[in-house]
Design a protein around this ligand. Structure first.
Ligand code: CTP
Length: 476
């Protein structure tokens, strides 16, 4: 199966919308640009806001919409200048006769013309208006002037117009506009790959409390494997992604156990927080939290996992989100005392337990519908080629992969750009999003999987025989 083309992946596109009846088509245009992989930031003239709501664009693009040339961004920057400096292209669709006139004369009274005046990016303009207006010498001169600026004009088409007449002036087909944007950008390098130079992302829509009554276990941060009592082998995980998932799950009504290694941000107070320094500690804590208290109660539970014998009870948790960066190797013989400086130090490392694989083994004899929903993460460097194989090896329901070398998607930053790998589905790349919104979308998927399991369990139990004590029917 061929993947959809994403010709604008990584690009920032400024979408200028002006006050024409065709403004409603700009909503679909925003969606198409996003589908092509672009990050889109919409700017509306005051009259455009009378045809279409800024909120619609905000929901589609995840960016605050600039409607007022005099208003600053929440972070104090000037919106139209940020777009001008960061956008790979600005597309104005639909462009009214009034806007063409203002632009031709450099009148920057609205955010769209202000951004166009200030930018060095290519500008694509798709006019839409009544046929007589489009043919008027004033409009013709204004369009010619815009061509002199180097703007690409996507000519309107013949078709039914708002006046009821049929004529030239209908906004060009969206395919043509998208094509013009792709062509205008061509092979130019991405202008502002650094997300801090781009307009800030808006938070996503609020979610319902759809995890009420659910027990969610989240791991976050990096493990530390001792070399001696002072030193350890660690990693750069900050814990932000896992903590964002824990916070989102709490807000959605879940009971959250958060198992943390080393973290740089405080965990939410409402979570039941368990510290797990090493991979072995984390393995024991995860098995106990997911499988139930007896599962972790081995004599030396910090170094050994629970017995493989399955418990007959349902798992203690409905969901495990394994966002922690767990060490794959640990010093085979950590020193009891601080190692003195010497010419050379050779450490022998031994592999740690693969927690997810171990859990899959412990859950192997349970029917699918009785297993917790398991989400794995994969931090890759470079391409995500190994992610699909990892999904299978980890026995997870889906895997969230990101390239930690990308400036906007790695350790210690507030945003993330991830691709979702699920069985029997093509990889699903998500746009650059705040980590909280990535967390919400992960949980949206988790909720769908939980619902599917509830339906399967319900079907099996037969109508009217629902388990009133457990998690079966209490949700949504
Ligand atoms: N993980 C785990 N136990 C480990 C190591 C990793 O359960 N000992 C989990 C991580 O929490 C993550 C997933 O497995 O959810 C993938 O982790 P990653 O480090 O990307 O994969 P590895 O299996 O460690 O493979 P590699 O190091 O070769 O990339």
């Amino acid at each position: 199966m061929s993947e959809p083309t994403r010709r604008l992946a990584g690009r920032l596109i400024g979408l200028g919308v002006t006050g024409s009846i065709a403004a409603y088509k700009a909503i679909e245009l925003a969606r198409r640009l996003v589908e092509e992989g672009a990050e889109v930031v919409a700017m509306l003239t005051p009259s455009a806001t009378r045809f279409v709501a800024p909120l619609t664009f905000e929901a589609l693009t995840r960016h605050a919409v600039d409607t007022d040339v005099l208003e600053l961004l929440p972070d104090g920057r000037i919106g139209h200048i940020v777009v001008a400096d960061a956008a790979d292209a600005i597309v104005v669709a639909p462009a009214t006769a009034h806007w063409l006139g203002a632009m031709a004369h450099g009148l920057a009274g609205d955010p769209v013309s202000a951004a166009c005046l200030a930018t060095k990016a290519p500008v694509v303009v798709a006019p839409a208006m009544d046929g007589d207006m489009y043919r008027h010498p004033a409009t013709v001169a204004n369009v010619a002037r815009l061509r002199e600026f180097g703007y690409r004009i996507v000519e309107p088409e013949v078709g039914p117009l708002a006046s009821g007449q049929v004529g030239l002036g209908r906004l060009a087909e969206l395919d043509r506009i998208v094509e013009a944007v792709v062509e205008a950008i061509g092979e130019r390098p991405i202008r502002a790959p650094d997300p801090t130079l781009r307009p800030p992302l808006a938070a996503g829509p609020p979610r319902p409390e759809d995890l009420t009554g659910r027990r969610v276990v989240v791991t976050a941060g990096g493990t530390a494997e001792p070399i001696d009592p002072v030193r350890f082998i660690g990693n750069r995980s900050s814990g932000r992604m896992g903590i964002a998932v824990a916070e989102a799950a709490l807000a959605r009504g879940a009971e959250v156990t958060l198992i943390v290694g080393r973290i740089e941000v405080p965990p939410p107070e409402a979570a039941h927080v368990i510290q797990a320094e090493t991979a072995a500690d984390m393995a024991a804590a995860v098995y106990r939290a997911v499988l139930g208290p007896t599962a972790g109660a081995t004599p030396d539970s910090t170094t050994e996992g629970p017995p493989l014998a399955p418990t007959s009870r349902a798992p203690a948790a409905d969901v495990l989100v394994m966002a922690a960066a767990v060490a794959d190797f640990r010093p085979a013989r950590p020193a009891a005392r601080k190692l003195p400086r010497s010419e050379r130090l050779v450490l022998e490392l031994e592999p740690t337990e693969d927690i997810l694989a171990g859990l899959a083994e412990r859950l192997a004899d349970r029917p699918h519908r009785e297993r917790p929903v398991v989400v794995a993460f994969a931090a890759e460097t470079g391409d995500l080629g190994r992610a699909a194989a990892k999904l299978a090896a980890k026995g997870a329901d889906f895997l969230v992969a990101n390239d930690v070398l990308a400036p906007d998607a790695g350790f210690g930053v507030a945003t993330n750009r991830v691709t979702i790998f699920a069985p029997d589905a093509p990889p699903e790349p998500w746009p650059l999003l705040p980590k909280r919104e990535v967390a919400e979308r992960i949980l949206d998927r988790v909720v769908r999987l939980l619902d599917e399991r509830s339906v399967q369990a319900g079907e099996l139990a037969g109508a009217g025989r629902r388990d009133s004590s457990g998690n079966g029917g209490a949700h949504r």
